[in-house]
Design a protein around this ligand. Structure first.
Ligand code: UTP
Length: 477
């Protein structure tokens, strides 16, 4: 055993020497047997040929992703209810509903992020978000899936991506919450990959004396993780053809929107997106563009101010569509990409990365000291042969919990959950008291079991019309 370890160690040493990463074994001699084996294993997992390129291109320098010279706005379907295409939309709703009833659509949430901005202990899915019952994000989504099961007659399977940093804690949450009422066999939890973290001079950082510092490889990593984990195989067995992708932080998401699913499927698209009209030209969301005829998301930081503020004769922005990380992805598209082999562009994030220094002391940096490398899901869009975009409304579908305070904070999300509930209730003909500034003068929460959409709610309230007085708390379930 000792001998094998020595040989292993020697060959790893050689590789590290060749790539200027010898410091990773600085504390090797002082490690116990298990830790040594783990460290060597972790190092062996790295693909140093790819790593060297990344270090040159993205770690030591910041090579900006090249933005194509000719950018055109991407065409899109306007939001439902404002459209001239009502016939097409009605047909799509029928088509999408049939796919849901046939069990051909699965839910897929990416929850492998670290949620550093929110600063919440534990997986973000356990964050209590709903305004009255303080339901967690995971619970709200599970209740939505159960409600969709009742509505369409088939409970969709739920795929949940975690990362090695939060997998155990997430599994523990599902176990201790009895899978939030879902059948255990309908939930598939799997982990994404990681990338090492680097100092600015291209050295891989150590988290402790025997462990490399790593970060999840970005939500773009989901396309490989779905395949490697066996999730795609599982979908195939179940007859799932469409993957409804969303991110853990957005409780307003309509996970199973028959209109979106139907338009995507009827148009023969491989990967599609929902989009918002941006609040202002430089809102920090990706911009939907058309590059060489392919839908492409250009990050807000890569669009020049001139491009971002360019206007059409009617005053609307030329690049008016913002990306909100809601997609329908064909199972066969993920299979095809993985079978062919594919690489998404690398994005560099400068971060404060805790690590141990040369003396073996833990350093908790106060300012950014290194680089994390990630890929993004929207970068797969140009790989799709066909891709449609459906506009949605912010107040209806997008209120992410990102920050502890201010914009995109839980306070804003809760306010938007109440606001959406108020809008739905008013649309059903019930008066909602409002304050002078127009915000609801009451606290409202609609359980997914009560209604998944405005239309569902109208149907339910026909039976039972509540009276909502100023200042009341109303929970509909
Ligand atoms: P964010 O970009 O908000 O990142 O992720 P984050 O890690 O959650 O939060 P910060 O930046 O540290 O504050 C958007 C979505 O993508 C998922 C997140 O869980 C969230 O649902 N994600 C992000 C992954 O699943 N894996 C990743 O590697 C990164």
């Amino acid at each position: 055993m000792e001998m094998k370890c020595d040989l292993d160690c020697q060959s790893v040493r050689q590789i590290l020497k060749q790539h200027g990463q010898m410091h990773l074994l600085d504390f090797y001699d002082g490690l116990d047997e298990d830790k040594r084996t783990q460290l060597l294993h972790q190092i062996r997992q790295l693909d140093f040929s790819v790593m060297s390129e990344w270090i040159e291109k993205y770690v030591r320098r910041d090579v900006a992703l090249s933005v194509p010279e000719t950018l055109n706005p991407a065409p899109f379907y306007p939001a439902a209810g404002q459209a001239s295409k009502q016939d097409r939309y009605q047909e799509a709703v029928k088509y999408g509903s049939n796919l849901l009833a046939a069990g051909k659509v699965a839910g897929f949430v990416v929850a492998g992020g670290q949620g550093t901005r929110l600063g919440f202990e534990g997986p973000k899915g356990d964050f209590p978000v709903s305004p009255i019952r303080s339901k967690t994000l995971f619970r709200l989504f599970a209740e939505t899936i159960l409600a969709a099961g009742r509505k369409y007659g088939t409970t969709p399977a739920w795929y949940v991506m975690t990362s090695p940093l939060n997998h155990e804690a997430t599994v523990e949450l599902f176990e201790s919450n009895d899978y939030y009422g879902l059948a255990r066999s309908d939930v598939f939890l799997f982990q994404q990959g990681t990338n090492p973290n680097f100092s600015f001079d291209g050295k891989i950082l150590l988290a402790d004396k025997g462990t490399l510092s790593t970060s999840p490889d970005g939500h773009g990593g989901s396309l490989k993780a779905l395949y490697r984990s066996g999730a795609i195989e599982d979908m195939k067995k179940r007859g799932v053809e469409y993957i409804s992708y969303w991110q853990i932080d957005n409780p307003l998401i309509h996970i199973f929107d028959p209109l979106f699913i139907g338009l995507h499927a009827m148009d023969g698209a491989e990967m599609s997106s929902k989009a918002l009209i941006k609040a202002h030209p430089t809102e920090k969301v990706g911009n939907f563009c058309l590059v060489d005829g392919r839908v492409t998301v250009i990050e807000y930081s890569d669009l020049s101010d001139e491009q971002a503020s360019r206007r059409n004769p009617d005053g609307s922005l030329v690049f008016e569509l913002g990306s909100i990380a809601i997609h329908i992805i064909n199972r066969t598209f993920v299979e095809k990409l993985n079978a062919q082999g594919f690489a998404l562009p690398i994005h560099r994030a400068v971060k404060k990365i805790p690590h141990i220094d040369e003396a073996g002391n833990l350093v908790e940096p106060r300012k950014p000291n290194g680089v994390k490398l990630e890929t993004f899901i929207f970068d797969a869009l140009p790989l799709a042969e066909r891709s449609i975009i459906l506009e949605t409304l912010r107040q209806e579908e997008f209120a992410p919990v990102k920050n502890a305070t201010g914009d995109d904070s839980p306070e804003v999300t809760r306010r938007m959950m109440i606001e959406r509930a108020a809008n739905w209730i008013e649309a059903a003909g019930v008066k909602v008291p409002r304050k002078e500034d127009g915000s609801p003068d009451c606290t409202l929460e609609i359980a997914p079991s009560f209604a998944l959409t405005k239309e569902d709610l109208a149907g339910r309230l026909d039976e039972r019309l509540p009276v909502i007085n100023p200042g009341v708390i109303v929970y509909l379930e």
